[in-house]
Design a protein around this ligand. Structure first.
Ligand code: SF4
Length: 494
């Protein structure tokens, strides 16, 4: 078993993760958003190959799998031929294997370019290139520079995609001296990672901040008593750094661990063993900030590493759907309006036009976690100047019905320390089946909506109409539940 750079990075994040990847890969559970990120990464990697002009790609497959021996051989040949740019250049030394995204030849030696499909680099990315640098040096390659290439968050697409530096891509400063300082640690870690891979005994579970994003989370938490910190890590990533073993938040707070003010505040909030609260004056005060007509709005968006349309940037939230429930005046019947784009083409113009027609002038726009809706409205206003007055008015008139739950003016233990709509709704309406998003068919959350919509254009007519149905039910459910929450706040505030 060779130690690849991704296995090495897994070890650095959590030794158990490396071990499970080797011995129990069947326990992997991939979130659709992670699968999408990986697919984006592959596409970005391909686009980056031309960053220095003509290149030789040594990728070789046999029976659908990478043929490592053939890639090592082709890399040797390309080096011998003095190729200027070798993509996926493969190297192996003493059981360590890596592929370099772009190996660029200069007068002083070779530069390593590792391409990431994110807008910035993370700490683990430095380990990734440190590992590569170590393997190449051990193979006798004269490495004269190391760079991490990432997406340029300032790039806005205008017409054809600009795939150069300063366009879609940006890069870090040269990293050799920084990596030099990490070298001894990397050598030690490589030895420990190899030992972990050889060990047939499963390492103990040591929960850490990596758990929240880990594909083995379900496996590692399968026997945990509830409630646990990990359960919260699962439902909301921001709790992940509170992990310090199998504690409830209350135990964590009582444990005497030194916590920063911010962490303590969040832990206090997440203590779902706290007593129930209904702060009537605060709820009344919140309700007094709303007015008729009330427009309960929710967007669904998609995002991708490559800006798909003019005026978009990497990972921009692009709205393709909204649901809108309207209460025109006190006692008026509830109206429902919605928009769901066709799966082909830029959905923004049609969506913005219909929204401008659907939301009456001067209406109060109610959203759950309104920052998201506001950011979408602001981006639409920047893109369509003729609709900007209406869109910016909606932005200005937005009110956040999450506030009473965020501020804990209303809390019960069934909310399990969360103020997310997906937890608050079933906690307020335990007897209503549709209040529990787990009972929906197909699409249960924004990530699944984001995943399914871009895939619709590849579906058959029948599959497409099923996907449309699921999206409409899901998004409609979000705004309908928001209406019910408003009614509930009115009821309890009396
Ligand atoms: S869930 Fe946590 S403990 Fe388990 S393998 Fe992943 S990172 Fe390691």
């Amino acid at each position: 078993m060779n130690l690849s750079k991704s296995k090495y990075c897994q070890f650095v994040q959590c030794p158990k993760k490396l071990w499970l990847g080797c011995y129990k890969p069947q326990e992997t559970q991939m979130d659709p958003s992670v699968a999408k990120r990986l697919a984006d990464g592959g596409e970005i990697g391909k686009l980056a190959r031309g960053l220095f002009g003509r290149f030789t790609d040594v990728t070789t497959k046999r029976d659908g799998e990478l043929d490592y021996s053939a890639m090592l051989k082709k890399t040797e040949e390309a080096l011998a031929n003095g190729e200027q740019n070798i993509c996926e250049a493969a190297f192996c030394h003493d059981g360590c294997y890596c592929q370099v995204d772009i190996l660029h030849k200069t007068d002083n030696g070779y530069e390593i370019y590792e391409v990431k499909s994110a807008n910035s680099v993370k700490d683990i990315n430095y380990r990734d290139v440190a590992f590569q640098r170590q393997v190449l040096i051990n193979c006798g390659v004269p490495v004269c520079g190391v760079y991490l290439v990432h997406l340029n968050r300032d790039y806005v697409r205008r017409g054809e995609l600009d795939v150069g530096f300063g366009g879609l891509f940006d890069r870090t400063e040269e990293l050799s001296s920084m990596l030099e300082q990490m070298q001894q640690e990397v050598v030690r870690e490589i030895a420990s990672a190899k030992a972990t891979m050889k060990n047939l005994d499963e390492p103990p579970t040591a929960f850490c901040r990596e758990c929240a994003d880990c594909e083995f989370l379900a496996y590692c938490t399968r026997d945990l008593p509830e409630p646990s910190v990990l359960e919260l890590a699962n439902c909301s990533k921001k709790w992940s750094y509170l992990n310090s073993g199998i504690y409830t938040m209350r135990q964590l707070l009582d444990s005497g661990n030194s916590l920063s003010d911010k962490v303590r505040q969040q832990a206090e909030f997440a203590c779902y063993d706290c007593p129930p609260v209904i702060d009537k004056p605060r709820i009344r005060q919140f309700l007094s900030t709303l007015w008729y007509p009330l427009c309960f709005l929710d967007f669904e968006t998609m995002q991708s590493a490559i800006p798909p349309y003019d005026g978009t940037h990497t990972y921009q939230q692009i709205p393709f759907q909204y649901s809108l429930h309207i209460v025109a005046e006190e006692g008026a019947p509830l109206e429902h309006r919605y928009f769901l784009a066709e799966p082909v083409g830029d959905p923004r113009r049609a969506l913005a036009e219909q929204l401008a027609k659907d939301i009456p002038h001067g209406a109060c726009v109610v959203a759950y976690n309104m920052k998201f809706e506001q950011s979408v409205l602001a981006a639409l206003a920047r893109q369509f100047s003729d609709l900007a007055p209406q869109l910016l008015e909606m932005h200005k008139n937005a009110r956040d019905i999450m506030l009473p739950f965020f501020e804990r003016a209303y809390y019960n233990q069934a909310m399990r320390g969360s103020y997310s709509l997906k937890y608050v709704t079933p906690a307020l309406f335990p007897d209503e089946e549709e209040a529990d998003y787990h009972n929906l068919e197909g699409v249960h959350n924004g990530s699944e909506a984001m995943d399914i919509f871009p895939r619709m254009k590849f579906m058959s007519q029948e599959e497409q109409s099923e996907a449309r149905k699921q999206l409409l039910i899901y998004c409609g459910c979000d705004t309908l539940n928001t209406v019910k929450i408003w009614q509930e706040l009115q009821r309890v505030s009396k």
